[in-house]
Ligand binder design. Sequence first.
Ligand code: SAH
Ligand code: DHB
Ligand code: MG
Length: 221
Amino acid sequence: MDNKLFALVDHYISERVAPEDEILKAVNTSIEKHGIPQISVSASQGKLLQVLAKLTKATKILELGTLAGYSTIWLARALPLGGKLITIEFSEKHARVAQENINKAKLQDLVDIRIGKALDILPQIENNKEGPFDLIFIDADKPPYLEYFDWAIKLARPGTLIIADNVIREGQVLDPDSTDDKVIGVHKLNESLRNHPKVFSTIIQTVGAKEHDGMVLALVE
Ligand code: SAH
Ligand code: DHB
Ligand code: MG
């Protein structure tokens, strides 16, 4: 894999169609400053999320896994006036840094960070009838990805787009003997998409500034 070329081309792309403004650059600085893992989506992937949010005319977005709010800010900026984004984050530290970044981006009225484990928060969102969501971005811990996907379907309507990040893991999903529970988790989701009764889907392979990986794009039927 020519990772250097992929990174250069990613830079070429983001320079043209996904430039980071001062706010997004400051999110990256906050990640370094607080020793938070550097696992946000790339700028070009953030722009892809925005294009997809606009395409689906999303007014209500649900995100699993906020980290420092980098993908959250890309997504929330694609919302129309009066739109809403709920993002779930387990780490109080990540949520605190994300809230600061979202405030700086002046998106605090659109974005609602829910602190806790996604599998505890999702039933609350259902009970409170906060759905259906127009776009759901799954990007929290990988082992329960299939459970997250099933929850996403429950909180969707026909036409909702479900996106799941990191489903290729540098091709480790090809290894049927993998003992990595992240790989096993995303592979289970990928397998479930064979003749899935409720979604029309594909998986895109991604290369660029980040590791070789992939995203599920699933349209709820
Ligand atoms: N979407 C972010 C990156 C998310 S990284 C971006 O692209 O900018 C994954 C995040 O999921 C981490 O912040 C991690 O703390 C959080 N997480 C891990 N386990 C979780 C769980 N069970 N419920 C909710 N969030 C979880
Ligand atoms: C990991 C998580 C992510 O969401 C990501 O985009 C890259 C890596 C991880 O937990 O390894
Ligand atoms: Mg990710």
